[in-house]
Design a protein around this ligand. Structure first.
Ligand SMILES: [Zn+2]
Length: 419
């Protein structure tokens, strides 16, 4: 594998420094590294080198449904639009939808993505081909498909866990309202047996919480905790409607949270109590959710929204400063997903790195690169993306994806599904 040196970019929390990469890992971070020790030197002046962005929550293949079901509340959106379409998905359509998602994510500086969907082995295959890092789960819901979903989760772990050091398999019980405690018990047993972490949707809408209170007399977070789910390493997506007691539970159990501001705003779900969660030390990462509820997979937009909306809601401009938004998109996201090898630029970490050009007119003169990145940068300012030392985007070109073909095939799949 190529060894290379990033010469003189700005690094978050460090400032101007050189970064050396060998064997897929960051081997050196320093003031001036010796160029002759590397096969290639990439000039970093005028750019920021940031840890690859970690998209903590999504459903990659839902790119197929982008723009197909907009301006609807979650319940109607799911029951009337999304679930009938998903019933027609095939392995092939999930593969091409996933490829489309990865083309978009790599272009926007995302190097790691979490995913919960059907035919998840196709998303794993796509991740292996594109070079991205995937944290993948087969969605599990109660009902006639339950046994199959559990069996496929087991198979997914057997076939894909640790593939090329880039694929992590987790379990994906969809949510409490689709997985009652008896199903969660099955998930807990399987997670213990296979040593897997879990991802789940939690408290996304007020309706979900109200129904849960009526059914169990407790909040969804309290029910999940009592079921024992929070004793596993777990990421809870959304967490929009948490009571102060719920926040205590989440903090005490070390639950990771994916904050998905664009999806929560678009579906009118509300705004998660992120400042309170962060204050209690919860690892809050950022996620795009699926492209049907966003409608893009742009982590720069999520950073900007996360940095803005809580200031507005609380009328407090000191909340979620730029550097914290960037941390949420990187190191906190990695922590929320129980990943140890990514999320920071340090010796020994995987070389998942993104170069962001700060010289554009919307970013210059940029005395504060953090602010440029969190408030003003676009996905299109990303000039180089690397995962485990392999370059996936450079010079405006994706190195592992035939973009034209992917867009063509995705269109064809959508036509077959939606007519
Ligand atoms: Zn979701």
């Amino acid at each position: 594998m190529e060894s290379l040196l990033f010469k003189g970019p700005w690094l978050p929390g460090i400032g101007i420094a050189d970064v050396g990469v060998k064997g897929g890992k960051i081997v050196s971070v320093g003031k001036v590294l010796r160029e002759e020790e590397y096969q290639r030197v990439i000039p970093g002046e005028g750019s920021a080198l940031i840890p690859g962005l970690v998209n903590c929550h999504g459903h990659a293949a839902m790119t197929l449904f982008r723009g197909l079901a907009d301006d609807l509340p979650l319940k109607t959106w799911l029951e009337k639009k999304i679930w009938p379409l998903e019933a027609k998905l095939t392995a092939q359509s999930v593969y091409w939808g996933s490829m489309l998602a990865m083309a978009e994510m790599i272009r926007g500086g995302t190097t790691t993505f979490a995913d919960m969907y059907f035919f998840e082995e196709e998303t794993a295959r796509a991740a292996l081909e594109t070079g991205m890092r995937g944290v993948l789960s087969r969605g599990i819901v109660a009902g006639p498909g339950l046994e199959r979903a559990l069996a496929e989760s087991r198979q997914l772990a057997r076939d894909w866990q640790g593939a090329e050091g880039r694929i992590t398999i987790q379990l994906g019980p969809h949510a409490l309202y689709t997985c009652p405690p008896e199903v969660l018990n099955r998930v807990i047993d399987l997670a213990a047996e296979l040593d897997l972490a879990v991802q789940i949707h939690l408290a996304e809408t007020k309706g979900e919480v109200d129904e849960c209170l009526a059914l169990y007399g407790k909040s969804p977070a309290a029910v999940l905790d009592e079921a024992g789910l929070f004793h596993l390493p777990i990421l809870a997506a959304h967490c929009v409607h948490l009571s102060p007691e719920d926040i205590e539970i989440v903090a005490r159990r070390g639950v990771g949270v994916s904050h998905n501001p664009a999806s929560n705003l678009k579906l009118g779900s509300g705004i998660a109590p992120v400042p309170s969660l962060l204050e209690r030390g919860v690892a809050v990462g950022l996620g795009t959710d699926g492209a049907a509820s966003n409608n893009n997979l742009d982590m720069f937009t999520e950073m900007r929204l996360a940095a803005l909306i809580h200031k507005g809601v609380h009328r407090d401009p000191t909340l979620i400063p730029a550097h914290q938004a960037l941390e949420m998109a990187t190191v906190l996201g990695a922590k929320a997903l129980s990943l140890e090898e990514v999320g920071a630029i340090r010796e020994g970490m995987a070389a998942d790195l993104v170069l962001v050009d700060l010289r554009g007119p919307h970013l210059a003169p940029s005395p504060s690169p953090e602010a440029a990145i969190a408030y003003a940068a676009h996905a299109s300012d990303v000039t180089l993306v690397m995962v485990a030392g392999r370059i996936l985007l450079e010079g405006g070109r994706l190195t592992t994806i035939d973009e034209e073909r992917v867009i063509f095939e995705a269109r064809r799949c959508l036509k077959k599904i939606a007519g």
